[in-house]
Write a protein that binds this ligand. Structure first.
Ligand SMILES: [Zn+2]
Length: 457
């Protein structure tokens, strides 16, 4: 009980720093979307009386959606090639502070993810196990998961729970999230010119980074669970993962500059791609949707996926490739990189106007690719069906289906936000392009320390 109270107080403290909560004299009152003062007051009392982590999370998420709407209201005039840039809007409306607030709330919640999962597993009696004494060995069976055999430690999902509990589904998926540190590149490390102490500390830093990444991913899953579409997506994913024994691997990916999340199929045998039976002469007839609809039924099974989190260093040139597993990882500020992802990004609508895309929507976008890969319906191989204009807009067919074309697409989630937003095209921009701010003005480690030292109980 103590921990949840500490959690609640820390969140409320952070939320009170919202520019609209204090009276913002400099802002143009009539252009404010909605006075947030009373709203925030009501919300903090709701949080105070919440009994469970999930209840607190749903209230914080309501508050976050309010901030998205404010950011979108103020960024209406931002066009991708427009003259006004976000930083000038920010001087009037404290946009930077709102975004920083969103990031801090996410950080605080990330720190508590293990506690939240523990509570959820108690809710569905996941901790209850049945022990069977067989003549050869003692077998412990969890009512929700069962081990198939001793040799193959694959965990199979009890179908009874599949439909009934999205929370059980989430816990199943958590089992399927593998952390993949850099040891598969040991050969590269051996040949690196970097001193060995740098290699060791790079390795440790990356492992820590991936642990935080995992918490951020589960937090995004939890937020997705708060909506019907999210439950739908997570249940579908659990079903296909269970059917084909697929999993989601997480990896840090070196990039020359701030970059967004990227998903790639794990196997390179093309099993995740669907192919078209249309010949190239027919390819440019009809609507984009018609041209790129699934033609063939998916193959027997697709592939697991790897979700790559970008890591870059401001001080090192990307061309120092031979130093990558030594100096590059050693000098990269992982907290800064994670911070950049957690802050979210900007996407653009039909009018070329910017709107805010929070991290969990970016993550849902990647999950849709993961689902396609697992089912063998990734449409990247259908790219020749695109006109040049369409290619400029959507990058490729798979992005079109992930953002707009598919039944479970990113825009379905964007439409559930208030006010609804609609993304057109694959374009996007990291917030660091617009703000001259340090994304890591308060690092996750610092927040963690503050929490540990906090007298709030
Ligand atoms: Zn994508």
């Amino acid at each position: 009980m103590k921990t949840i109270n500490k959690f609640k107080k820390l969140l409320i403290k952070e939320m009170k720093a919202c520019p609209n909560f204090q009276k913002d004299k400099g802002s143009d009152e009539q252009h404010q979307p909605k006075p947030a003062r009373q709203y925030l007051k009501a919300l903090s009392s709701k949080i105070q009386t919440s009994q469970s982590y999930m209840e607190v999370l749903s209230h914080v998420y309501e508050f976050e959606k309010h901030l998205y709407a404010e950011i979108n209201f103020f960024s209406q005039s931002i066009k991708i090639r427009g003259e006004e840039v976000l930083s000038t809007v920010d001087t009037h409306h404290g946009m930077q502070r709102r975004i920083e607030l969103l990031r801090n709330l996410n950080f605080i919640m990330c720190i508590h993810v293990p506690k939240i999962l523990e509570e959820l597993s108690k809710q569905i009696s996941l901790n209850q196990t049945v022990t069977i004494d067989s003549p050869k060995e003692k077998i412990t069976i969890n009512p929700l998961f069962q081990l198939e055999s001793k040799e193959d430690q694959a965990v199979f999902f009890n179908p009874l729970y599949k439909k009934t509990s999205p929370i059980a589904t989430l816990l199943f998926l958590q089992e399927r999230l593998l952390i993949s540190p850099i040891n598969y590149e040991l050969e590269g490390i051996a040949s690196s010119e970097a001193p060995s102490y740098q290699i060791k500390s790079s390795y440790e830093k990356e492992a820590d980074f991936l642990v935080y990444v995992k918490e951020a991913i589960i937090l995004s899953f939890l937020k997705a669970l708060l909506t019907e579409s999210g439950q739908h997506l997570i249940c579908k994913l659990a079903k296909t993962f269970s059917l084909y024994s697929h999993s989601l691997l997480i990896r840090a990916m070196l990039t020359p500059e701030p970059y967004s999340l990227t998903t790639i199929p794990k196997s390179n045998d093309k099993s995740s791609y669907t192919t078209s039976s249309l010949d190239s002469d027919q390819s440019l007839q009809g609507s984009l949707y018609e041209r790129t609809k699934p033609i063939k039924q998916p193959k027997e099974k697709g592939s697991s996926s790897i979700l790559c989190f970008p890591v870059w260093s401001k001080d090192l040139s990307f061309s120092d490739f031979h130093l990558i597993y030594g100096a590059y990882f050693h000098d990269a500020d992982f907290s800064f990189c994670l911070s950049n992802i957690i802050m979210g990004s900007l996407s653009f609508n039909q009018e070329d106007t910017a709107f805010y895309t929070p991290m969990h929507i970016e993550f849902i976008h990647e999950l849709i690719h993961v689902l396609h890969n697992s089912r063998g319906t990734n449409r990247k191989e259908l790219d020749r069906q695109l006109t040049e204009e369409e290619r400029n807009l959507w990058s490729n067919t798979e992005e079109y289906w992930t953002i707009e074309g598919g039944h479970l697409c990113e825009n379905r989630f964007n439409r559930e936000l208030l006010p609804p937003v609609e993304r057109l095209g694959h374009r996007g921009a990291p917030l660091t392009d617009f703000f001259k701010i340090k994304p890591a003005s308060r690092k996750i480690e610092q927040l963690h320390e503050e929490y540990q030292a906090s007298e709030l109980k």
